[in-house]
Design a protein around this ligand. Sequence first.
Ligand code: HEM
Length: 446
Amino acid sequence: MRLNVPKKRIFKVGTPFTRVWHDNPFLTGSLQSLTTLPETKKRKEFLNPFFSKAAIVRVEPSLHRRKLRLFLDTLQQQASSATSTSASPGKEDSSEQQQQGSGVVDFFLGFRCLTADTIMDYCFQQDLNALSEPGFRSETVEAFIAGFDLALVATYFPNFFAVLNGVIFRLSEGVRRKYFAPVYGFQTMQKLAEERLVHLEKNPNCASKTKLPTMFDAMLAPDVAKGQVTPSRHDMIADGCLMIAAGTDTTANVLGTVLWNVTQNPDVEAKLVQELKKGMTDREVVLSSVELEGQGFEYLRAVVKEGLRLAYGVPGTIPRRVPKEGAMLGGRFIPGGTIVSAGIYLQNTDAATFPDPFKFDPQRWLCDAETHAKRDRQMLSFSRGSRACIGINLAYATLHLTVAHLFRRFDIKTTGYTTEHDMEWNDRFVPVPNGRIKGLVKVREE
Ligand code: HEM
């Protein structure tokens, strides 16, 4: 039952509405698969400190800003090597163009390489080196992307999905890779998480040398006095897969939404660039996310917030089971065990809270405190309550840093390289667009 009203009752701290989970060979055992609050709380005792704001800020210089520099340097090379003849709007294969130094960049892939490398480096202290692949064409990232083709099958036809996996798992790696890319994508995530865990088990002190623990370090060193128990190996690997699956596309989608909408709205772009030029006088300097969350970057934050709203996070259902005694929802009694859901898409486009809801209008976030709080409460992009997104701080840091430096340094033209149709999306658990957002990159004039 899809409900648009009682999200405050369902998505709150200590909610009696439990997560619904269908068995899945990759993610069962992970935080996301835990349905009851006590078991969720136990796992979060390990994970929450790792994803806290303080923890993210602490690693930022060696993580985000390093990855961001790599990303920006690649764009810089593209912009510098562009020739006047090679980049013409409407050419079909802009990834090829990108390799030839035409100045056209496949941002769909670029953003995913950035988010995948950032998340993996943060969680495992080891990334895919995807940002260094020519044209951002990382085979592993492409396999992750293909993985979403199976997400809906896994959600709506879990039994068929289990049988399918059983069959595909028996095939050789080469065959899986060639003919079953979505499954191969998930298997790749599983393998990477496992490799990292094995490495840590064999080298228990390696994190203390770098002072940057991975998410597994906390789990491998439980606080026995607090009654903590290391999750099983299988469950830790599932958590590793979960972080890549949950954080890569979601964050990259917001970046794509922002890039498209800003470049399609000259007034918005002019305002954003004006603010960035004022706050970032030297365009080569990389600021911290804390600086970008301070005074002088209000419009930047409004742009990111509006991008989050219209990227829809997980747009379809985020299902919850009604507690066994039943519940009154929207003035009706709903029997216990019924599966209900409030879709993020419906919440984020509620016309009563967001007038002209499909318009990309960062200005709507620059309002009085009461209206801002009301709009903020209505947004469900990261979900809310006990099962809200655990990666919200990592996501915000990535978004503020990337949007600020991307638009400060580069003038990007998407018209002629990306169409409205490319940007229309389908629900594959996350929104998957028809095409890929591409743009011609030039260094912005001072
Ligand atoms: C803009 C980026 C992101 C958006 C919009 C987003 C959105 C969401 C949403 C809506 C949920 C709840 C899903 C549900 O209830 O079924 C969720 C859960 C989750 N997210 Fe995110 N997410 C983002 C980034 C990240 C990142 C960067 C990470 C970590 C690397 C992450 C890790 C998780 C995890 C582990 C859960 C499961 C929490 C639980 O089961 O209690 N997310 N996210």
